[in-house]
Design a protein around this ligand. Sequence first.
Ligand SMILES: *Cc1c(COP(=O)(O)O)cnc(C)c1O
Length: 292
Amino acid sequence: MRFNPSPIIKKNFLNHSFFIKRDDLLHPDFSGNKARKFHYYLINDFPDIKRVVSYGSNQSNAMYSLSVLAKAKGWEFHYFVDHIPSFLKKHPHSNYKNALSNGMKIYENDKDFMQNLIKEKDTLFIKEGGAVKEAEFGIKILAKEIIGWASERKIEDLKVFLPSGTGTTALYLQKHLPFEVYTCACVGDEEYLKKQFLQLEEEVYHPTILKLDKKYHFGKLYREFYEIWIKLQKETDIEFDLLYDPKGWLTVQKHIELFKQNSLYIHQGGVLGNESMKLRYMRKNYADNKNN
Ligand SMILES: *Cc1c(COP(=O)(O)O)cnc(C)c1O
C-alpha cells in the first residue's frame, strides 16, 4: 500500500478563498490523518509482532484504520471499548461494521484482558486515536508535501488550519512546517489539548489554539455544526467529516481575519465515519420537528 502526495485545491467559502489539502483522497481504505499516523507501521517490517491492541470509541476513525493496517499486515486486531449500544450490535454500520469485516475482535469493558495482551512481547499497543510518537514519521511527509507546494507558488506566509482530537497531527505538523499552524480543541478543552501536546513535544513546537465562545462536547450533535457542514458541501462540493470539521470551520469563521489570504485547511478524512453521524443527525432533526 503506497500513498501519492494528496492534491491541494482552491475553493471559496465564507466569502474567502481557501486552499484545501485533500488528505481524504490519500487512499480509498485508509484515509486522512490516520493514514499519515500509521504510515510508519505500514512501510516497516515487524517480524516479532502478531497482533495490534488499541482502545477508544466504538465508531472511531482510528479503529477503522487500524483494522485496515492489521489486515494488510496479517496481524490480529483486538479493540477495547467501554460499551457497545445494543442498537449497534443489532445493526452494525459505518466504521464499526467495516472494522469488523476486516477481522477486528472487539471487547466491551474488559480492561484486564487488554492489560494481559499488552504485556505480550508480540503485541503492538497503540494509544487511543493513534497518539503515538511513531505518528511523526507520516506527518513529516505531509509537512514536506505542503512545503514543496508552497515553495513552487512562492507562498511564504501560509497559514495552516486543522481541527484537533488528540492534537498529534497539528503538533507534528507545526514541528516540521516553517508556517504558523492553527488548531482548535474538539475533544476536551484547550487545557486538555495543551497537555496532549506536552506528552509528545516541548512547548516550542506547539501550534496556536483558537477558541470559540460556546463550549461544545465531543460527539454531541449541534444544529450549527450540521448547518455549516451542509453549507460547506454546497459551496465547495467537498464532503467534510461531521465530527471534527464543523467545529474546525466555525473556528475559522470566527477568526477569519487570520485567514484572509494564503490559508490552507487540511481535510483529514473521516468521511467513512459520516454514515453513523448522518443517521444520528437525521433522527435528531426528526425529533426536533416533532417538538416544534
Ligand atoms: C482523528 C481525526 C482528527 C483528530 O486528529 P488528532 O491527530 O488526534 O488531533 C481530526 N479529523 C479527523 C477526520 C480524524 O479522523
